[in-house]
Write a protein that binds this ligand. Sequence first.
Ligand SMILES: Nc1nc2c(c(=O)[nH]1)N[C@H]1C(S)=C(S)[C@@H](COP(=O)(O)OP(=O)(O)OC[C@H]3O[C@@H](n4cnc5c(=O)[nH]c(N)nc54)[C@H](O)[C@@H]3O)O[C@H]1N2
Ligand SMILES: Nc1nc2c(c(=O)[nH]1)N[C@H]1C(S)=C(S)[C@@H](COP(=O)(O)OP(=O)(O)OC[C@H]3O[C@@H](n4cnc5c(=O)[nH]c(N)nc54)[C@H](O)[C@@H]3O)O[C@H]1N2
Ligand code: SF4
Ligand SMILES: [Mo]
Length: 726
Amino acid sequence: MRTAYRTCPICDAVCALRLTLDDDGKVLSVRGDEQDPFSKGYICPKGASLGRLDEDPDRLRRPMVRTGDQWREVSWDEAFQEIDRGLTGVIAQHGRQSLAAYFGNPTFHTMGGILYRGALAQALGTTNVYSASSIDQLPKHVSCGLMFGNGLAISVPDLDRTDYLLILGANPVESHGSLAVAPDFPGRLKALRDRGGKLVVIDPKRTRTAEIADEHVFSRPGSDSFLLFGIVHTLLAENLTSVAVEVEGLQELRELAAGFAPETVAAACGVPASTIQRLARELAAAPTAAVYSRVGSCTADFSTLSQWLVDVINILTGNFDSPGGVMFAKAATLEMPWGPKPFTYGRWHSRVRGMPEMLDELPVATLADEIETPGEGQVRALVAVAGNLVLSAPNGPRLGRALQSLDFMVCVDPYLNETTRLANVILPPPRMLQMPHYDLLELMIAVRNYARFSTPALALEPDQLPEEDIMARLVLIAMGKGADADPAEFHEMLLGGILGLATQIPGSSLQGADPGEVRTGLEGDSPPELMLDALLKAGPYRLSLAQLRAQPHGIDLGALEPRLAEVLCTPSGRVQIAPPELAEEAARLRGRLSTPAPEMVLIGRRQLRSNNSWLHNVPNLVGGSNRCTLQVNPIDVARLGLGQQARVRSATGEVIAAVEATEAIMPGVVSLPHGWGHSGSEQQVAAQHPGVNANALTDNSTTDVISGNAIFNGVPVTVSPVTGSG
Ligand SMILES: Nc1nc2c(c(=O)[nH]1)N[C@H]1C(S)=C(S)[C@@H](COP(=O)(O)OP(=O)(O)OC[C@H]3O[C@@H](n4cnc5c(=O)[nH]c(N)nc54)[C@H](O)[C@@H]3O)O[C@H]1N2
Ligand SMILES: Nc1nc2c(c(=O)[nH]1)N[C@H]1C(S)=C(S)[C@@H](COP(=O)(O)OP(=O)(O)OC[C@H]3O[C@@H](n4cnc5c(=O)[nH]c(N)nc54)[C@H](O)[C@@H]3O)O[C@H]1N2
Ligand code: SF4
Ligand SMILES: [Mo]
């Protein structure tokens, strides 16, 4: 028996775990690591199932190649030869622009995914690069880009010190938080109340977070921009502002907000004007306050507006970049992507719908168009890393049909699932416990400055390839160097690139050092570890991998401190509180005031024992409360005469789902979780609990206009009884 300490890589909460393993490497128990200063022993059912997940018999162990409907295991060399043939064939016939890449959510939870994805995108030589950002948080990046000149300047609520927290469109008691890294988010919310603070939740559903709040306000899906504008209007009209950072555009902000008085927006958001005014006054009066919003607000129409307004309120109430308000973390690694970059967008546009590039990417919502529409630059091949697009993308089934028409597709994924079954080759990454782990991205948005590294708990088996070798060999093939090129060469090149930047950019602790000398001093058992060592040494605390290894319970680097000046990148050196790019969108929002609301709309939800599309194959995580049901208010159940099942129809598709009547959801709104729809899956357990694909109902033809982000919440649907279902 031995003990291993590890960060849980599943969600954004970065919990520290203590694992007990037997001599064969079987995980006997998983507990929260009580000695960890950040997560203090917290663990959720998913983390506790890490052992079961890791030993899932349906996990692919060797590369797979498909011929017709038949899959066979092949050697790594054979798999890469197949990929080389596939990709170079497509390049020769249709050019590089016919290649596309998708990087899914788990890409951002592994070191190899984060460190190699940019190089892979670049080596493919196409602008058809897509990621989970544009089905998740892109509107936040865009609003931060427009306001702060830096698309990565994402502030987090100072959870442990705030006196007042307003949450919109997030349910951290079940999701454990997102774009705000806080182990035991539920406990931190309870602590806020215990110290006399106030928690308010705005959500079309009375969620578990709403249940532990002081106040829950029902609001209409897709209407957050109205409500937030109403708050801004009140703050300005009643002179409740106390701006403490340098801003420009206050007059323009006044003009934009003028048309959104609480009385004007109340009907559109379903929140009484008096409540909107009171919330504004409470936010202004609280000693400190923070507004935090996530997926519910970010994947709806007008999302860039709502994400902007959240920060406007934090600024107007004097709670921006100050303790108890919202603040910027200062990670131990050199800021990624290695120094603040002035925000630009629209440097190129998607071919079919002319959608602008944002942060080097195009929106997932238009990937199907790019595959289906003939012409120069039509996408003919896809490299997908850690993505299950059929279940995750808007109108997933249409995208699935498009994927089927590709000339070639390769997936890096541990499972043969709804999406990877459409590929020609699947490359399985090592198991989680076999990989080194450091949260390069998460720790940049943590509610406390903190660092923790996990060494691999288990060694690779002889026929496995480390994640970085898989990525590097794909890069080398994309570069035209063939299937047999040595990944070591590329690792060194990538490391050299990091060292080049780390020794040059202002603010790096290695600025001015000799890259060769720094290289000689680096320590680590694998290329990602060497890169981490470099990034730590270049970081603001001048830590090293050796120091992190010596402290397996993590290193607390203290509470967040004001640092807006370090992340701000606007030409004026001031915050753009009313970016001109948003004026037209605000006018479009005003136009919506006179549009009648759809009778019924669909929203999504997250479930504690699930994580997007890929945890339904662990027996103890499925069943019970973790079911794919359509939540409907009893008033609607009666009005529509629903039985056990209902037919849900949208502009794009139809599903038949089990009805769960609950007063927790507003009348006129139904909720279906995403990531389900496993019928026919090769994952044995998931296939027994198939559920339905919520993204058969969502529409890829409409997006948040500014960012191009997908809309998953507020989708117009009709719900009707299924005859004979009782
Ligand atoms: N209707 C609706 N749709 C949504 C959402 C919603 O709220 N409603 N939420 C959206 C959001 S926020 C997100 S982030 C996306 C997520 O959507 P995706 O980007 O598709 O991510 P996941 O579903 O988390 O996982 C994708 C794949 O990663 C694989 N995987 C797991 N671990 C690893 C690993 O270590 N390495 C590799 N290479 N692969 C791995 C899994 O087997 C799975 O096939 O879904 C979006 N879709
Ligand atoms: N257990 C679990 N944890 C997860 C995940 C998971 O699948 N399961 N996924 C991970 C990922 S990829 C992410 S991005 C995060 C997301 O984390 P969260 O942002 O907390 O996501 P949800 O739990 O879906 O909460 C969204 C809430 O928005 C509400 N909502 C819907 N539409 C609107 C609207 O228009 N306005 C308002 N105000 N509210 C609305 C919904 O009712 C729901 O309660 O969670 C991560 N953690
Ligand atoms: S909350 Fe997230 S990080 Fe923590 S144990 Fe659960 S899945 Fe893992
Ligand atoms: Mo996400």
